[in-house]
Design a protein around this ligand. Structure first.
Ligand SMILES: [Zn+2]
Ligand SMILES: [Zn+2]
Length: 301
């Protein structure tokens, strides 16, 4: 099991997959990792999982039999890089008592049940999610509406500019907050005032900065943004720290480290998210703790 050092009431974040679109592999992709989007967020002991990309398999192995009986997976949207880890999530295989609840906000209130059922079925996949030991539940909502859970936890949501739509999330705990803004393409003009209001003053914004401004003219309309636009939004909205996420699989460690240095020259609390990187925010009255985990080498926030 990976190391966790924060107090039991901290807001904690661990990245299990930071790549966008598809995995990266090879000796030049070690520092920032391979897996597609999956982020573990703990509000105290309460677990939330943001997206179910291939990183979900690593998170599942880490949780193992100690996983909670009820697990909530907040999906940004259903593009393959955000859901392909679902049938490889080990806690789904270990208990018939477990309930795995998915939340989907970009389908006008419809849940992910029907599209996931089409994908995870022969001939595209040998097993249906309904055949796994755990019970899957599918909840639909409209991005922009808050989600309230049965334990009273409330999470804010926001519709993002992405082909077919995507949902951004804002999770708050003990006076701290983290915003998950993936996948998104910036608008013109930028920053978008509604998105800026949604992320205002957050402790950490995880942002789709797949490309650089120099690359963007080739990928306009693909539904992704740049690290420079992430910095612009952060500065306009008082975002305290910025994690660039949904990293392009063609950007190797050397590229990302150079881009990170360039970015930190204009926003010292910004960094490129690394797989397995861990960040903890102690309750607002206490000092922020930032333990970067096994691979991280970024400045304190
Ligand atoms: Zn994506
Ligand atoms: Zn997408």
């Amino acid at each position: 099991m990976v190391r966790r050092v924060a107090s039991s009431d901290a807001l904690q974040v661990r990245f299990w997959g930071t790549r966008g679109s598809t995995c990266a592999s090879g000796p030049q992709f070690v520092e920032f990792g391979s897996h597609t989007p999956c982020v573990e967020v703990r509000c105290g002991e309460r677990l939330f999982i943001l997206d179910a990309g291939t990183g979900l398999s690593s998170l599942g192995m880490d949780l193992g039999p100690n996983a909670p009986e009820k697990i909530d997976i907040l999906l940004s949207h259903l593009h393959l890089d955000h859901i392909s880890g679902l049938p490889f999530f080990k806690p789904a295989l270990l208990s018939t008592e477990r309930v795995i609840r998915t939340y989907c906000g970009h389908l006008e209130g419809e849940s992910a049940m029907e599209p996931l059922g089409r994908l995870f079925a022969p001939p595209l996949f040998p097993v249906r999610l309904g055949q796994l030991p755990a019970r899957f539940e599918y909840h639909g909502f409209r991005a922009g509406e808050p989600i309230t859970f049965d334990d009273g936890t409330r999470i804010e949501t926001h519709l993002l500019n992405h082909p077919g739509g995507a949902t951004g999330y804002r999770l708050s705990h003990s006076g701290r907050s983290v915003c998950y803004i993936s996948d998104v393409e910036h608008s013109d003009p930028w920053p978008d005032p509604d998105l800026a209001a949604f992320v205002r003053d957050t402790d950490l914004m995880i942002f789709d900065g797949m490309f650089s401004d120099a690359e963007y003219s080739y990928c306009r309309g693909w539904g992704h943004s740049t690290w420079q636009k992430g910095v612009e939004l952060s500065k306009a909205a008082g975002v305290k720290a910025l994690a660039i996420f949904h990293l392009y699989p063609g950007h190797d460690d050397a590229y990302l480290k150079a881009a990170e240095a360039e970015m930190q020259a204009v926003m010292p609390t910004a960094f490129m998210a690394r797989e397995r990187q861990f960040i903890a925010f102690e309750p607002a009255d206490d000092e922020t703790v930032a333990d970067r985990g096994e691979t991280a080498k970024v400045p304190a926030i």
